[in-house]
Design a binder for this molecule. Structure first.
Ligand code: SF4
Ligand code: SF4
Length: 360
């Protein structure tokens, strides 16, 4: 007789909970049945369903990491002035849904009285999406959340109003290689020197084969230094990406002078009107200058000004640059074109990330 198999252990579901249970009842009822939507004012959307139901959404900017006091304040506003349902967007905005138009203006007033900024819809500069590795990650080279705060303070009018030719998505990242930004304008960390190795620590801290395997350009080799197993870097090959630093912290890459910021433009995930595009580098070597990052903010404002003045209605930044061409882009933004804009790295064959192969 066949031995009875032990019952399989059921999987532990610890991922995201089902979002439907938290949705506004009008959204649940009309799911997939929306007829049209419109944009009555900045920060507000009105959706109308085939059933005739309507729902107004009011959007306000919030910080990515919310303290419990702010969260309680936001949810109390939702209980008192909205229908008690909220959702958070990818770009750290809170959205309140109401079915009664009469609630919209008092809700906006309550949010603004409490110091929140309503906006970020349609052709505005949306909230900057960002990582916050300074708090939780092992490899950040800057405080991306700080860059967001400093920049959005200066772009607040563009968030509150809809004066751009089309929507502008800004992003930042706190390192150069991982969850870094891809957007209409991205402000990303840029390391500018190879890692500095503390040979006394490598043998105790790093698993050398993993570190060697981590380098995308095979610039790391095992070595004996002062009689101890360590590593060495071929600095001619190194592209200063920082990928060796997480598995081997003695390969220090961050430093106050050589860890800088770079600005990239024209990245677009959406294929609504044109194909998705990769962003391109337009400014390099910008000081990583906390707490207000004035140099990076000035360049972002320069690009936004030129885009606002020169783009046609509904052109995203990549569409605008495609139409006017890169030489004209550098002319109208006043940004210098330097040797750093030329992709001349010999090891890249065609160009990095041009193949469909996955690399680690
Ligand atoms: S961008 Fe880099 S440093 Fe920041 S959270 Fe992601 S992996 Fe960590
Ligand atoms: S910084 Fe990047 S390219 Fe340079 S040695 Fe480390 S992993 Fe390799």
């Amino acid at each position: 007789m066949a031995e009875q198999k032990a019952a399989l252990r059921p999987p532990i579901e610890s991922g995201c909970p089902d979002g439907f249970q938290y949705m506004h009842p009008a959204m649940r009822k009309n799911y997939g049945q929306w007829k049209f939507h419109e944009h009555p004012r900045p920060g507000v959307l009105r959706h109308v369903a085939h059933s005739g139901d309507e729902i107004w959404t009011v959007k306000a900017g919030t910080q990515r990491i919310l303290d419990s006091y702010t969260l309680r304040k936001l949810t109390s506003i939702g209980d008192e002035f909205a229908d008690g349902f909220v959702r958070f967007t990818l770009r750290s905005n809170i959205e309140y849904m109401v079915t009664d138009q009469a609630k919209v203006e008092p809700l906006i007033k309550a949010l603004e009285d409490a110091g929140f900024v309503v906006g970020g819809t349609a052709n505005s500069v949306a909230m900057i999406s960002h990582t916050q590795g300074w708090l939780h990650c092992d490899i950040p080279g800057t405080d991306a959340s700080g860059v967001v705060k400093a920049m959005m303070d200066e772009l607040i009018d563009e968030f509150k109003n809809c004066n751009m030719p089309n929507r502008v998505h800004l992003t930042t990242s706190c390192c150069q290689i991982n969850c870094g930004g891809q957007g209409d304008i991205a402000i990303n960390v840029q390391h500018t020197k190879p890692p500095k190795i503390n040979h006394d620590l490598v043998s105790n801290v790093c698993e050398r084969p993993s570190v060697v395997a981590r380098c995308p350009v095979a610039a790391i080799r095992p070595a004996q230094v002062n009689g101890k197993p360590s590593l060495e870097v071929d600095e001619k090959k190194c592209i200063c990406c920082g990928a060796c630093f997480p598995p081997c912290p003695p390969m220090q890459i961050n430093d106050p002078i050589h860890t800088q910021l770079a600005i990239w433009v024209g990245g677009n995930h959406s294929n609504a009107r044109s194909k998705p595009t990769f962003q391109k580098l337009v400014a390099a070597g910008i000081p990583n200058n906390p707490p207000r990052w004035p140099e990076a903010t000035a360049i972002v404002k320069q690009i936004l000004k030129a885009y606002k003045e020169g783009a046609k209605d509904w052109e995203r930044i990549n569409d605008w640059i495609d139409r006017i061409g890169w030489p004209r882009f550098f002319e109208v933004t006043g940004l210098p074109f330097t040797k750093y804009h030329i992709d001349n790295w010999r090891g890249a064959r065609n160009s990095l990330n041009a193949s469909t192969h996955i690399r680690f």
